[in-house]
Design a protein around this ligand. Sequence first.
Ligand code: ATP
Ligand code: MG
Ligand code: MG
Length: 282
Amino acid sequence: GHDLGGRYEILERIGGGGMALVYKAHDVLLSRNVAVKILRQQFVHDEEFVRRFRREAQSAASLSHPNVVSVYDVGQEDETHYIVMEYVEGSNLNEVIQERAPLQAEEAVRIALQICDALEHAHQNQIIHRDIKPHNILIGKNGRVKVTDFGIARAVTSSTITQTGSVVGSVHYFSPEHAKGVSTGEKSDLYSLGIVLYQMLTGRLPFLGESPISVALKHLQEDFEEPRAVNPHIPQSVENIVVRSMRKNPGERYSSAREMLNDLETCLLPERLHEPKITFDF
Ligand code: ATP
Ligand code: MG
Ligand code: MG
């Protein structure tokens, strides 16, 4: 049959969102499986989308880290724009959460740690992910976490909220400043990671609403139910990380991924992980 770029044999569809479709494929030249992300047909004549798609490849390709999905190749064949990536056999974090959240605190922290490690590397390379959410976190069969989808390399304005379903979905992970449409930075990624950690620990999203706008407003204005009120098995030290990363004022959040990483590592010390759940014993 026909191989994309004379090299990639498309095997099956494995995913896709508003902008692109993702396929499992076989790289005939190197004789290994890869993931191929293809820009949706309806966007191939839209310069802005093509530019954004290329930017995604460039952002991801400038990173080299065990917790970031590697980009191998990019190409264009007629109207097909594609990015070839490392194939991660396993599931995405959204599937894991739907299947078995709340996760044990230790597992949730180990996953958050790897996401945070990937973010530290990205931030050191001046790349803000801007779309950290469970769909964009892949978990290999070996348990290794890989962050993907560096598709939104620029601030998303509020008008984006009304667009495609996949974009609407991410409003649950938007930082307050992102919801306002003002510029976002490293701390916005850490806020989104805080939401992901909250969801792994409790099995719930902190803010739900009738519409994307109402969810965005809650990020800006509303307090969330504390994780330990939802699930009392969560250690205090882990709740503290969630609360700190989800502060409305960016100035009160972790100043860097490195700082959050330190706290996540500390949580895994046996005395912290298994700290007594009842603090007052009469
Ligand atoms: P859009 O940018 O249009 O929203 P998308 O964000 O949905 O597209 P991705 O997040 O890159 O695209 O991928 C969508 C899904 O495809 C992932 O949630 C995952 O299930 C699967 N997937 C993506 N990349 C890989 C990969 N390298 N290996 C295995 N599965 C993948
Ligand atoms: Mg995605
Ligand atoms: Mg995307």
